[in-house]
Write a protein that binds this ligand. Structure first.
Ligand SMILES: Nc1nc2c(ncn2[C@@H]2O[C@H](COP(=O)(O)OP(=O)(O)OP(=O)(O)O)[C@@H](O)[C@H]2O)c(=O)[nH]1
Ligand SMILES: [Mg+2]
Ligand SMILES: [Zn+2]
Length: 340
């Protein structure tokens, strides 16, 4: 019997994908004798994905083709099929990828609802422009950015200071750390348990540590940060979406991902949005746009700029405008480069 089912890629390493399928489909496959654990199947993609260099991302919704006879064939037969170049490993194969709602380059994922922008209050010292790059890219892609500040136990005042910056802009902010009750964040994830969310941020900020605290059964590896550079050592090596039903109950459909931390150079290539988009990806700028003296105001140095005035009055956090200025410089030059 051959049949088609829908699923979601929750992990992909070396051309082998782990696909989450519906409980009812998993039961059906078990019913015909297949061994299905955790409502997931392991498979490869149809050759066309390799030949046409179509990338599949964690978070992609896909159509699987299941050949139950092949799936139930003895291991020796399955190996023989495999040797002949048959991609239908174990009788299951990714047939087709469904259109994406959105996709990110870093972390490389598709169909996200929420990005948790994670940074540490200290060790490593936060680079707010990197945080803002992530946040503005999320805004541009219409993925909800939520701020998590970790290691507040090491620098409680700094944590409050950073939290204040982002709260003033209208973001949800969670302060976390050793000995701090993470119940509020867990509540937020529970409220959004049908969505797909991701922890993203620099290496060593404590993403995996926090995931472990929220979901103790995961047992994710965590690493020391380097004494010399104060940076993380890229402990997490691949992206994996964890289905939340294991935590919150059977009817829950969402997932949450841990991701490898960013390095220092990861965001240098900057072509996610253009200079024209820039004022609109800072949500706290919105009330001021259109009120500047000059219609072509760049909000960088002009007289009568409503935005600069708001920064001066403390209505817009200076740090955020600093990120704006930095991105403006990069995007401005990109523009000139393109015209050459
Ligand atoms: N004091 C303190 N240390 C923390 C906290 N969270 C994480 N750490 C430590 O920070 C180090 C890095 O933590 P990880 O969870 O591996 O960081 P990560 O963000 O997952 O790093 P990558 O996987 O490399 O991206 C570990 O030594 C943790 O014990 C915290 O809230 N407080
Ligand atoms: Mg990690
Ligand atoms: Zn202006």
């Amino acid at each position: 019997m051959e049949l088609k089912l829908n699923g979601k890629i929750i992990k992909g390493v070396g051309g082998l994908y782990e696909i989450r399928i519906a409980r009812s489909d998993a039961d059906m496959l078990r019913g015909v004798g297949m061994k299905i654990e955790n409502d997931t199947v392991l498979c490869k993609a149809r050759g066309v994905f390799r030949h046409e260099k179509l990338t599949l991302l964690v978070g992609d919704d896909v159509v699987l083709r299941v050949d139950t006879e092949l799936a139930l064939a003895s291991d020796a037969d399955a190996r023989e099929n495999h040797k002949r170049g048959d991609e239908a490993m174990g009788g299951v194969m990714i047939e087709e990828a469904l259109p994406r709602r959105n996709e990110l380059i870093r972390p490389p994922m598709a169909n996200l609802d929420i990005i948790f922008a994670v940074f540490a209050a200290a060790k490593p010292e936060p680079a707010l422009t990197t945080v803002d790059k992530l946040i503005t890219i999320a805004e541009y892609k219409e993925i909800e950015p939520v701020v998590i500040i970790t290691k507040a136990d090491l620098a409680p005042d700094a944590a409050e200071h950073y939290a204040d910056i982002y709260r003033r802009c209208g973001f949800r902010v969670f302060i976390e750390g050793l000995g701090i009750d993470g119940g509020e964040l867990e509540g937020y994830i529970r409220e959004n348990a049908d969505r797909v969310s991701v922890f993203a941020g620099a290496s060593g900020v404590g993403k995996s540590t926090l995931m472990n605290r929220l979901f103790p059964s995961l047992g994710l590896a965590t690493g020391e940060i380097s004494q010399k550079t104060q940076r993380g050592r890229h402990t997490t090596r691949h992206i994996e979406l964890y289905p939340l039903d294991r935590q919150f109950g059977d009817s829950v459909m969402g997932c949450i991902a841990d991701t490898p931390g960013f390095g220092m150079l990861d965001f240098v290539q900057f072509d996610f949005y253009t200079k024209a988009d820039l004022p609109y990806v800072f949500r706290e700028f919105e009330p001021y746009i259109g009120s500047c003296r000059y219609t072509k105001c760049t909000h960088t140095k002009e007289d009568g700029c409503a935005l600069l005035e708001a920064v001066k009055n403390g209505e817009i956090p200076e740090e955020r405008h600093k990120s704006y200025l930095e991105f403006y410089e990069v995007l401005k030059n990109k523009h000139e480069w393109d015209k050459k």
